[in-house]
Design a protein around this ligand. Structure first.
Ligand code: ADP
Ligand code: MG
Length: 361
């Protein structure tokens, strides 16, 4: 079962079930609504520490079961590479090795780290793929710590001090002239945690696998991330975005036809309370603490789930103003942002509507 600890949400799985049901409710067309020809077939498994649902629209293909099995298999392959809890994974081995240089890491890992470093740069460090040791200090190693406690101030200061010894960020990918990639980590303070990006990559790969198998209309959901293709027999897929402070309430609805990825990051997914303060799992590497940018929910629409996943975390840490600026600067990226004080914003091309505004539109 070690693979299931990937993003460590299993202990918090209960929290996901209402969201999952809402998503399913919005995404399913019951057969009697499809008099024309097809219907939605959904199958759910536990993968990457969360519930993953593969939904396809069609008229019933005898090989459908095999095709869906292949999609889940692809997700598990990515999980086996990018998990930092699984002692057999390359990420685990890299994080626990005394060496600082790693020659020819798996291609999938290179793709994820490369994109992670790019988004780190674009977000001025708000997205940081090297926070494993900081997450461990907070107890976010395997899900939410059972007895959540603040880390020792000394440990936090030591972490920040070590980081400050490296004015240049300490994770580097180099390609030599014959194409071999080497990954360099400058010291223990830089250890990989790909929890905010690898799930998106896995969904991109899952969708590619779906399309290669000949299925053109589908929706794959993994926790707060999803990837969409085609339509439900000419009708849009409909997805609900959960209210960040009321898990039984849908805050916004997205209707999509065609290819699109959507990811939501919030402070309500994995957290514990200390002194009335929410200690959640998205950390700000500048303070060493859970991000307090004022944002409580960020949804990002993009072409790739990997990008949507990482950017939702980046914007969450950047806050409303800088987050908006980053969304506006990037091509093909749209967003929906909610602050604790109730202020909210969505970019003009975001394919979703606030539910309380729908009647007026
Ligand atoms: P989720 O995985 O819960 O959908 P995110 O995509 O926002 O939410 O990812 C949060 C996870 O990313 C954390 O559990 C942790 O593994 C990692 N993480 C936390 N803070 C950061 C950060 N500032 N940059 C990159 N990854 C982070
Ligand atoms: Mg993310």
């Amino acid at each position: 079962m070690s693979g299931l600890t990937f993003f460590s949400k299993v202990p918090a799985l209960k929290k996901w079930i209402p969201l999952f049901l809402v998503l399913l409710f919005f995404s399913l067309w019951f057969p009697w609504n499809n008099r024309d020809s097809g219907s939605v077939h959904s199958s759910t498994q536990l993968a990457m520490g969360t519930l993953v649902t593969v939904s396809t629209w069609g008229t019933g293909d005898v090989d459908e079961g095999k095709k869906v099995a292949r999609i889940f298999e692809r997700i598990r392959q990515v999980e086996a590479i990018a998990s930092r809890q699984d002692a057999n994974s390359p990420v685990y081995r890299i994080n626990h090795s005394p060496q600082t240089k790693h020659v020819a890491p798996p291609e999938a890992l290179v793709t994820i780290i490369e994109k992670g470093l790019e988004i780190r740069q674009q977000s001025q460090g708000a997205f940081d793929p090297g926070l494993a040791s900081l997450l461990d200090l907070w107890g976010f190693t395997h899900g939410v710590p059972e007895k959540g406690a603040l880390p020792e101030q000394n440990d936090l200061s030591a972490w920040l001090e070590k980081r400050n010894q490296f004015p240049e960020y300490g994770i580097h990918l180099n390609k030599d002239p014959n194409g071999t990639v080497t990954l360099h980590l400058d010291g223990d303070v830089f250890a990989l945690d790909l929890g905010a990006i690898a799930k998106g990559y896995a969904l991109d790969q899952a969708m590619a696998t779906m399309k290669q198998s000949g299925i053109q209309d589908g929706l794959i959901i993994g926790g707060g991330d999803m990837i969409i293709a085609g339509s439900k027999g000419g009708k849009p897929w409909r997805i609900g975005i959960q209210h960040p402070r009321d898990r039984d309430k849908v805050m916004a609805q997205v209707e999509v036809m065609g290819d699109m990825a959507l990811a939501t990051s919030g402070d309500y997914e994995r957290f514990f309370m200390v002194n009335g303060e929410r200690q959640h799992h998205i950390l700000d590497s500048k303070t060493g603490k859970p991000s307090r940018s004022g944002l409580i929910s960020v949804s990002i629409q993009a072409n790739e789930a990997m990008v949507a996943d990482a950017l939702s975390t980046a914007v969450f840490v950047l806050g409303m103003e800088k987050g908006k600026a980053l969304i506006e600067q990037l091509d093909g990226v749209e967003g929906m942002l909610v602050q604790e004080n109730g202020e909210r914003w969505k970019s003009p091309q975001f394919k979703g509507q606030w539910l309380d505004e729908q009647k007026n539109d």
